[in-house]
Ligand binder design. Structure first.
Ligand code: UFG
Length: 353
């Protein structure tokens, strides 16, 4: 397989994944509505890839489109067919991803994430494309203890965003069962991706004030926000703050390449993989590492716990390590250094460029 479609390819995870696929010589089609991302990412990707090999930039083909419109998806499959570079696999990342927003606007989340996926699957069937890597999330797990989470942990999301992810996984299970000989489906359950490409040219560019810890750290470090509010210092953890499994965005993007290469050579199946480092880091530990690596001040104070937070979410990543040709290579220091480089080079995200 040589030609892939990346839905949501202008987003944070999509852009890094598309870049690595291009670097490997694959043809990458991107569909993105840009409702939560910036089309300028495409130029950035081309710029980075051209430094490596001018020819490779031609393998990036962007279509602006919305998965809720089946015609938009058909257009890109039709184009790929006419150009004799038919899409053989899909990395499906498009969708809304904010927990807070999903609690305010559940219909928007169900509409975009579910309807978008259903349309995509219909079009894939129409064009006989049966290879799919789906971006799922650790948010679907319920973990009450300080225990590593493996793929068989109870699935019990507590917000509409997580519910859409779980529901899509169920849908994919049904699709697989209906045509077991054809479908190859991988659900990648992401833990907490942070950082940026080491060039500092692409990174996370949230709309407005971010909700997630790392983009907030970047904003406080660059004095856009006065201080960071840490949600709780009385959790049952080593320093009282919550623990997460932060993974460098390039390690996470690489997991897609490994998953795709695994799909290419394996039998039809549906399989789930946790994509994390297996190492837990507390909020305070992340803040201190960021301060030390970048030699910068990061004011913070403690506030009450955030509704729905869980104290400890860390991957047991052994299935991914033993099955995929993949392991995370980057340290927490790398994540902090590369994230800061992106912020310094692009203080206002993609807007300035
Ligand atoms: N935190 C703060 N202050 C803030 C923001 C976050 O203390 O202003 C803390 C949270 O309490 C949590 C940690 O930082 O302990 C990480 O919070 P994030 O919001 O960055 O990430 P979450 O782990 O809560 O959730 C994220 C994504 C989900 C995804 C999940 C996977 O938002 O979409 O990781 O584990 F599903």
């Amino acid at each position: 397989m040589q030609n892939l479609l990346v839905t949501g390819g202008c987003g944070y995870i999509g852009s890094h994944t598309a870049l690595l696929l291009l670097e490997k010589g694959y043809t990458v089609y991107i569909i993105d509505s840009n409702c939560n991302s910036n089309p300028f990412v495409i130029n950035k990707l081309k710029k980075i890839i051209m430094k490596k090999d001018k020819q490779l930039a031609k393998n990036l083909i962007f279509f602006k489109g919305d998965l809720r419109k089946k015609k938009d998806i058909e257009r890109i499959f039709e184009y790929s067919k006419h150009n004799n570079k038919i899409i053989e696999a899909v990395v499906h990342l498009a969708g809304f991803k904010s927990v807070n927003e999903s609690m305010k606007y559940p219909l928007m989340y169900w509409d975009s994430n579910l309807i978008g996926t259903i349309n995509l699957l219909k079009v894939m069937q129409k064009y006989l494309c049966y290879n799919l890597i789906f971006s799922s999330s650790a948010t679907i797990y319920s973990c009450l203890e300080n225990k590593l989470i493996d793929e068989n942990f109870p699935i019990k999301p507590i917000n509409p965003y997580g519910n859409t992810k779980r529901c899509i996984e169920t849908l994919l299970e049904d699709i697989y069962k209906s045509e077991k000989a054809k479908w190859k489906i991988i659900n990648l359950r992401y833990f907490n991706p942070i950082g940026a490409h080491h060039s500092g040219d692409i990174g996370e560019d949230p709309n407005g004030i971010p909700n997630n810890l790392f983009p907030l750290i970047l904003q406080v470090a660059s004095s856009k926000l006065r201080e960071l509010k840490i949600f709780g210092n009385n959790w049952d953890t080593r320093d009282g703050t919550c623990i997460r499994d932060y993974i460098h965005i390039l390690d996470l993007a690489n997991a897609h390449i490994a998953a795709f290469e695994y799909l290419s050579k394996t039998k039809s199946q549906i399989i789930n993989f946790n994509i994390g480092t297996g190492k837990g880091t507390s909020v305070l530990e992340l803040i201190n590492t960021f301060k030390n690596v970048n030699k910068i001040k990061l004011p913070y104070s403690f506030t009450s716990r955030r509704e729905g937070d869980q104290k400890y979410i860390v991957a047991d990543n052994s299935r991914a390590l033993s099955t995929l040709n993949w392991k995370p290579l980057k340290s927490l220091e790398d994540m902090c250094r590369d994230g800061w480089k992106w912020q310094l080079k692009n203080p206002n995200g993609y807007i300035d460029n």
